[in-house]
Design a protein around this ligand. Sequence first.
Ligand SMILES: *Cc1c(COP(=O)(O)O)cnc(C)c1O
Length: 391
Amino acid sequence: MTDQDRLAGELEHLREQGLYRRLRVQETMAGPRAVVDGTPCLMMASNGYLGLAAHPEVMAGAREALSRWGAGTGGSRLTTGDFRVHHELEEELADFKGEEAAILFGSGYMANLGVLSALAGPDDLVVSDGLNHASIIDGCRLTRAQTAVYRHGDTDHLAGILRDRRAGRTWIVTDGVFSMDGDLAPLPAIAGLADEHGAGIILDDAHATGVVGPGGAGTAARFGLQGRIDVQVGTLSKALGSQGAFVTGSRILVDYLRNRSRSFIFSTAPPPAAVGAARAALRLIRANPHWVAELREKTDYLRRGLSALGFSVPAGETPIIPVLVGDAGAALRLAESLLERGVFAPAIRPPSVPPGESRLRVTVMLSHGREDLDLALDAFSRAGKIAGVTG
Ligand SMILES: *Cc1c(COP(=O)(O)O)cnc(C)c1O
């Protein structure tokens, strides 16, 4: 059998299981109205919760940085790619998070790989939530540390693992907001356990940055735990509407990461346009602290509406609304039926979620109007019946 035959066979197997994935091309900017595969529709699945990718001031920020600094950086930060604009954004991010220092990465995926592999080694233990993002799982693999996974959000299970730990440094790593469920990490209990057992905390606030906590400062701020989290990861690519990521913490931590984090050292510095866009987005977020409550109101409205239609929608406080379906095929049918009605909310299936937990991951953007949300609810009402998900 040739490689081509083998790969084609695997793809066929994925199709049979309803797990085959394909790309859906958009012809529009990332906003609430999109053209997907040639079909105009309402975008109900973006991570751009504040609609900033298409915000005129954010695009102007990108253009200004592009004009001043050029298209690319020509090297890694430690060689020839370190521009003043990177430092300006890092200082602004540290200030936003109330931390001493920040360091930029090319993406959230690279930040998690870089942080985990720099901080944990073969003598250490990394304890990770069962639903953490794939980049954390891959980062754990790179550490060559012992890794233990606790059941999602189960701090009793976490406590048991911490009691049994062996020598070496212990790190607890968790998403702040879980990407597929939209729920928050039980951070107060985690911080208590970390204190009790002398463990460090790495918090990945990819989905919280800009949308959770006072002024969007994140999960730690949401729980009043500023200054208690050793390492915080955030992305520029979700609510901030740009590309890239950052880590905040102490000056020493950041200095250490500059020296030891391989995904920082061996990768080209983020492009000026992305940095300029992120700076403009951050300025807007800081000037509009009421956005968090506005987004919450819109999300609550859609959540209530979906529940009233008979969908299985857990309670929550973030713009991520999981519409639980279970079967991968049924989730796919629901998503397709929605798209026929002009609503884009793709099915999330294994391996992004555990088997039997397929769902639609619906998200709300600040730029959705009430009429958009009503249109979505109307489409859900009909698509749910057609797909046999609601009665
Ligand atoms: C999206 C995401 C990442 C990856 O960030 P990118 O900037 O898209 O690479 C990391 N962690 C979590 C929890 C995420 O949701």
